[in-house]
Design a protein around this ligand. Structure first.
Ligand SMILES: [Zn+2]
Length: 288
């Protein structure tokens, strides 16, 4: 079973958790792009992190995690909606070979944007000074929400692409014992090996880590890779482009080509395609 997110709680500790794997979605996300492996791995981590964060937020809308920096990986982004439909892309400028997380991104930051269907947009910025994306996110939760959080992210791109991760988060409560409990649970979570998270079921993994504790798993939710681009969306975008620009493109190239940076789909619109739509009808008439 793959591409699932499953939440769990501990009966005796004020802590909630999530385990996620997204091998199929990760494979689809990188499939048609020919990214360097270092970039594929970061996109996998960003995919898992976005999934884990989506499940921490009670909202209807979208969440976007975007890395920006002055290093060879100038941009990487993944977005998700509340139903865990995700997509992502990256922009690479320069040689990424064998570079560490910090060297790939250079001076940069991670932007977390939450766009609810109703209400105000929220944007949080995390500086990317830690040695990994997971450490940066743990720091973010500690600073912004005062919530102790453990995040593990795993990606593999040789042979089959695999991506998985785990999150533990302390629920708001006071007391020294509460702190110690979280230290104990997260120390055990830190021992999870890549092979274990890829090969064991969630029940087996949690039993291996916490067989002395009572852990309750909830029903799993599916994760789907899905790009929101479409012919209709392209046409509605074209409707917002100036008439002059459309005319120029059609006269120079005979058609308008559009490319989706996320899923690498290509869309081509000829004068005839555009004239069958309501948009730019007048423009079409003028090019006759
Ligand atoms: Zn697309």
């Amino acid at each position: 079973m793959t591409d699932l997110l499953q939440r769990f709680i501990f009966d005796d500790y004020q802590t909630r958790g999530e385990i996620v794997n997204a091998n199929v979605s990760f494979t689809k996300l990188i499939k048609d792009h020919k990214y360097p492996i270092e970039v594929e791995k970061i996109l996998g981590e960003l995919l898992i992190a976005t999934t884990l964060l989506t499940a921490t937020i009670k909202f209807k809308g979208k969440i976007t995690l975007q890395i920006q920096g002055d290093g060879p990986l100038s941009m990487a982004v993944v977005n998700s909606d509340q139903n865990l439909k995700l997509r992502g892309t990256a922009t690479v400028k320069g040689d990424t070979k064998s570079l560490s997380f910090n060297d790939l991104i250079g001076n940069g930051h991670l932007m977390i944007t939450i766009t609810p269907e109703e209400g105000d947009r929220y944007q949080g910025i995390v500086s990317l000074e830690g040695e990994s994306l997971s450490k940066c996110l743990e720091h973010y939760f500690k600073q912004s929400e005062q919530l102790a959080t453990h995040i593990s992210l795993f990606t593999r791109v040789s042979n089959e692409a695999k991506a998985a991760g785990m999150l533990l988060q302390r629920l708001p409560a006071n007391g020294e014992q509460h702190k110690l409990d979280f230290q104990y649970i997260s120390a055990l979570a830190s021992t999870v090996k890549e092979d274990e998270i890829y090969s064991l079921s969630n029940e087996e993994l949690l039993y291996r880590l916490y067989h002395q504790d009572k852990v309750r798993l909830f029903d799993a939710q599916s994760i789907t890779y899905q790009c929101s681009c479409s012919k209709v969306r392209c046409l509605s975008y074209l409707a917002s482009v100036s008439e002059q620009e459309i005319l120029g493109l059609l006269n120079n190239q005979g058609c308008i080509d559009m490319h989706c940076e996320y899923c690498a789909s290509n869309y081509r619109f000829t004068k005839e395609d555009l004239s069958t739509c309501d948009i730019n009808r007048q423009t079409m008439e003028r090019t006759q």
